[in-house]
Ligand binder design. Structure first.
Ligand SMILES: [Zn+2]
Ligand SMILES: [Zn+2]
Length: 280
């Protein structure tokens, strides 16, 4: 499979020369299946706009969508996913209504008046909402298992497995605090055990965290502890704080690398950018 990131920023899109390297768009991942080149999209943050343009240039009209949760930064790009306005497009949207509510209603609300000028009724694509609350499923030939996130208003983390390769995506996950419905640090370690690739929420530094406890995000050092404990091969820092310039993320990565060297591990650590593309 190929994992492409179209947005790695947390909470709100940002712009400016200080954000050039890691990018300003919020969460959107594209996962291409190795077997059939099918397209699975995780979250519809502002990065979804660029992804949509790319898809149309490629003349691709069929997609599966999964959502971690519906905080603004993970859905605000939905009305800008141009294929939804095309009759020939087809979207299979998977979600569990017991979690945050009926996904169709939640997504339709991103186009509600008076917040947005174009109503959801204008959507021309065939949207199929598939209620799925199972902990493991197969979509487009990729095995997907899930785990509840530790986050305000809850959310879902995912593990994608194809041809023996595994990608674990845990964003908006506060490892230092168990929110309602969330799991323990050890549970997340087990979930990520031996993954080829892990993207984990690394929003804060340990110095910033005390003022932001229970806001739903982890420190990069605790996320690194998880990556090391789980024995993953590659660890990408994700959900960069809106006020963190490129140099700040670079410092976090350098610190992670020094901790990894101290512990004698060969874990590969990097900051996810909105251009990151990894083949597994
Ligand atoms: Zn977020
Ligand atoms: Zn969130």
């Amino acid at each position: 499979m190929i994992v492409r990131c179209w947005g790695a920023r947390g909470s709100i899109p940002v712009s400016g020369v200080e954000y050039r390297k890691y990018g300003g768009d919020t969460t959107c991942l594209e996962i291409r299946t190795g077997q059939n080149n099918e397209i699975l999209i995780v979250d519809a943050g502002s990065g979804t706009r660029r992804l949509a343009n790319h898809m149309l240039a490629e003349k691709r009209y069929e997609f599966s969508f999964l959502f971690t949760h519906v905080h603004w930064d993970h859905i605000l790009g939905f009305p800008f996913f141009k294929p939804i306005y095309l009759e020939q497009a087809r979207l299979n949207i998977y979600g569990c209504p017991n979690l945050q509510g009926d996904l169709e209603k939640l997504l339709a609300r991103t186009m509600d008046a008076p917040y947005f000028p174009v109503p959801y009724e204008v959507v021309r694509a065939r949207l199929e909402y598939r209620h799925d609350c199972s902990e493991s499923t197969i979509i487009d030939g990729i095995e997907i298992s899930s785990i509840p996130l530790s986050h305000p208003n809850m959310g879902v983390g995912y593990k994608f497995t194809e041809n023996g390769k595994t990608f674990v995506f845990l964003t908006d996950n506060e490892l230092e605090h168990v929110h309602r419905g969330g799991r323990s640090f050890d549970d997340y370690v087990e979930f990520a055990r031996g993954a080829d690739l892990l993207f984990h929420d690394s929003e804060y530094t340990p110095e910033e965290y005390p003022l932001r406890t229970t806001w739903g995000h982890s420190t990069y050092t605790t996320a690194l502890d998880l990556a090391l404990a789980a024995g993953v091969k590659r660890f990408g820092l994700f959900h960069h704080n809106q006020d963190r310039p490129d140099a700040g993320v670079d410092e976090m990565v350098a610190h992670c690398q020094s901790i990894i060297a101290e512990r004698g591990s060969n874990l590969d650590c990097f900051g996810v950018t909105q251009e990151t593309e990894i083949r597994l």
